[in-house]
Design a protein around this ligand. Structure first.
Ligand SMILES: C[C@@](CO)(OP(=O)(O)O)[C@H](O)COP(=O)(O)OP(=O)(O)OC[C@H]1O[C@@H](n2ccc(N)nc2=O)[C@H](O)[C@@H]1O
Ligand SMILES: Nc1ncnc2c1ncn2[C@@H]1O[C@H](COP(=O)(O)OP(=O)(O)O)[C@@H](O)[C@H]1O
Length: 299
């Protein structure tokens, strides 16, 4: 019998984040082009007498260890769906920046779901797991799937995208986090009184991904939440400028921020841009990672 299951789950960067007007339910329709990157959290599930969460790694003092933790919510949802006890010990090893716009919480939710599913042998199909992911959060289905995908609806309706090669990234971690709902509210405030277009995926960006063409991808990167994130955290402009000055091909806010993402030519350039960003004093830490990365995987 399996007694412990560990799942590894990647972070994401949004290479295009097109945001529509607020819907009646408060969410926003998106054309959200997700790319999984090689920074990972791990979730280990072990049988226990009660549902318990522990965590180690970067900034774990900033995540809740009670039942509001997204990993705990995933275990409870799966247990309720299959009529069993949610008692399990979930240990999270965190490497994805917390509240950084890189879907760390979503990664832990997808990881916990897959780990508990394996531990409990529920027999859930992939589609059933994807439905549960969507109940847990808009970004959680992508954490399960990984690779590259277009997310429609609120981001949960995924179409896998072809990728023609690897891309190299540097990420600058900012002090503190940004609240995703607060960034969407700021988007609403900044766009009030304007006609917000229907979000559409950019064909040039999809072609750049399919061709594995870094220069074309750099020219096509966009994030409709960037102005809102910069409005709430003006200091991010200096980080973006520092990355561009250091030779990044393109610089943008990752999702709702405040992590900033820098697309670079190759692994050597990544090291140079990372060192320059750190030396600039405009960020707390830097990380280097490649894309794509596989989705949630039992290891
Ligand atoms: C912005 C994005 C881009 O991928 O991620 P982050 O950069 O924060 O990681 C996502 O849209 C975040 O997805 P996720 O963090 O899963 O959001 P959810 O838990 O579903 O929703 C949290 C809140 O964000 C807002 N929200 C989220 C998704 C969406 N399409 N429209 C929204 O308005 C709503 O206010 C919602 O109550
Ligand atoms: N397992 C978890 N890991 C990270 N954050 C979590 C987790 N569970 C709950 N949270 C909370 O979810 C919020 C969003 O965190 P996160 O998913 O890391 O950011 P983002 O949505 O910007 O990618 C934070 O306020 C954090 O405290």
């Amino acid at each position: 019998m399996t007694t412990t299951v560990t799942v590894r789950v990647p972070a994401k960067v949004n290479v295009q984040l097109a945001v529509g007007a607020a819907r009646p339910d408060g969410f926003h329709d998106l054309a959200n082009v997700f790319l999984a990157v090689g920074l990972y959290d791990e979730v280990t599930a072990t049988p226990a007498d009660t549902l318990r969460i522990t965590a180690e790694g970067h900034d774990v003092d900033r995540i809740p260890l009670d039942r509001t933790n997204l990993a705990a919510r995933a275990a409870e949802l799966l247990a309720a769906r299959y009529g069993r006890s949610p008692d399990v010990h979930l240990h999270i090893t965190k490497d994805i920046p917390v509240a950084g716009g890189m879907a760390g919480g979503s990664a832990d939710a997808a990881g916990a779901l897959l780990a508990c599913d394996a531990l409990w042998s529920t027999g859930a199909s992939r589609d059933e797991l994807l439905d549960l992911c969507a109940e847990l959060g808009s970004d959680v289905p992508f954490s399960l799937v990984g690779g590259a995908a277009l997310g429609r609806g609120r981001g949960e309706l995924l179409t896998p995208l072809p990728l023609g090669g690897a891309f190299h990234w540097v990420f600058a971690v900012a002090d503190g986090g940004l609240s995703t709902p607060a960034v969407y509210r700021e988007f609403d405030r900044l766009t009030a009184g304007t006609a917000v277009p229907e979000p559409e995926a950019d064909p040039a960006l999809l072609a750049a991904l399919a061709a594995g063409d870094t220069a074309a991808l750099a020219a096509a990167l966009t994030n409709d939440l960037q102005a809102a994130a910069l409005s709430l955290r003006p200091s991010l402009a200096a980080t973006l400028d520092a990355g561009t000055a250091a030779g990044a091909l393109a610089s943008l806010v990752s999702g709702s921020g405040p992590t900033t993402a820098f697309l670079v030519k190759d692994a050597e350039s990544a090291q140079a841009v990372a060192a320059a960003l750190l030396a600039s004093g405009t960020c707390r830490a830097v990380r280097v990672a490649d894309s794509p990365a596989a989705g949630a995987t039992v290891i």
